[in-house]
Design a protein around this ligand. Structure first.
Ligand code: IPM
Ligand code: MG
Length: 369
């Protein structure tokens, strides 16, 4: 009897439905190959959910995510929902899912693909051999601290956000970072702003103390402004970067440019009980519905899902290899194309088909997706 894996698919807004539908087909293919039965259930999230139910995240969607073995999310957001109050904006769904599912550890791998080395705006000698894992704390920090408000004053208004980190929150993300580094290149760079912020001073002290449990892993501390600079100056110095919620948000977008396109970056958000996988890119409303989006970040997210949630490490490697081979074969979506005369510039489904072909060579071209 084959094992059944249940996935909640929240495709969301913009290009979300296009990239998730391709990624689900890839997942289906590896499940068949490894004799697993895949069950997927689609649920609304973000703007799509606002339009249908008046709220970005419904109880039904949340419950479905809690029941599933893993969640695959496309993207949320779009200008038509920009005027909504903050708890009714599409992004509130993402933050709600992270908090309600307890997804405190966000893993964002940044790896250069040899064949995309020219797609990066950075020089080849700088980005060669980059292999970084950003471990971003995802349920604390300034994203969730209270108070947060905008209020009237005698002279105008003032806006308040609060940055809090507790030792417990720091310890558990440090645990994720060091366990990750222990099976990689055994180096952790903890990024903070300890020269200014008290929350960072506590962060740094807690990281130093916790790090003693992993004597084989080297720890260094780096201020966030310096880290932003080092990422474009000498990115191959990094192995694992561990940092708070907002610094991780900013640094991961910056680091995405090393790989040439934010359209290449997958992510895993992990908690004790649940896990969610999503591309780092947004909903790209400007190209939504045009079958132009790069599906590789979502496909790579499904690979992470196989590794961290579905107990299918072999399938994870196969998907990652299939992506590499597809790029080597010259397939490019518009965002990563640098020399169209020597590449096959393809659309979303064609790119998906090219990857799928490496996972199931018996498929006939043109009939894949
Ligand atoms: C990300 C995004 C989100 C974040 C937004 C959409 C709320 O930028 O996942 O990096 O800031 O965390
Ligand atoms: Mg971001």
């Amino acid at each position: 009897m084959s094992i059944t894996k249940e996935i909640a698919v929240l495709s969301g807004d913009g290009i979300g439905p296009e990239v998730t539908s391709v990624a689900v087909k890839i997942l289906q293919a590896v499940c068949e190959r490894h004799d697993y039965t895949l069950k997927t259930e689609n649920h609304e999230v973000g703007g799509a959910s606002i339009d249908r139910f008046g709220r970005p995240l419904t109880r039904e969607t949340l419950e479905a995510c809690k029941k599933a073995d893993a969640v695959l999310l496309g993207a949320v957001g779009g200008s038509q929902w920009d005027d909504q109050p903050k708890d009714k904006r599409p992004e509130a769904a993402l933050l709600g899912l992270r908090k309600e599912l307890g997804l405190y550890a966000n893993l964002r791998p940044i790896k250069t693909y040899e064949s995309l080395i020219h797609a990066s705006p950075l020089k080849e000698e700088i980005i060669r051999d980059v292999d970084i894992m950003i471990v971003r704390e995802l349920t604390g920090g300034i994203y969730f601290g209270r108070p947060r408000l905008i209020e009237k004053t005698d002279t105008g208004e003032r806006g308040v956000d609060t940055l809090i980190y507790t030792t417990e929150e720091v310890k558990r993300i440090v645990h994720t970072a060091f366990e990750t580094a222990a099976v990689r290149n055994r180096k952790v760079t903890s990024v903070d702003k300890a020269n200014v912020l008290d929350s960072s001073r506590l962060w740094r002290r807690t990281v130093t103390e916790s790090a003693k449990q992993w004597p084989e892993v080297t720890l260094e501390h780096m201020l966030v402004d310096n880290c932003a600079m080092q990422l474009v100056r000498y990115p191959s110095q990094f192995d694992v970067i561990v940092t708070g919620n907002m610094f991780g948000d900013i640094l991961s977008d910056e680091a995405s440019m090393i790989t040439g396109s934010i359209g290449m970056l997958p992510s895993a958000s992990l908690g004790e009980k649940h896990a969610m996988y999503e591309p780092v890119h947004g909903s790209a409303p400007d190209i939504a519905g045009e079958n132009k989006a790069n599906p590789l970040a979502t496909i790579a997210s499904v690979a992470l899902m196989c590794r961290y949630s579905l107990d299918m490490p072999e399938a994870a490697r196969e998907i990652e290899e299939a992506i590499e081979t597809t790029l080597k074969d010259g397939f490019r979506t518009g965002d990563i194309s640098t020399d169209p005369s020597r590449e096959y510039v393809v659309d979303t489904t064609e790119m998906g088909s090219a990857v799928l072909k490496h996972l199931n060579p018996n498929l006939q071209p043109g009939t894949l997706l």
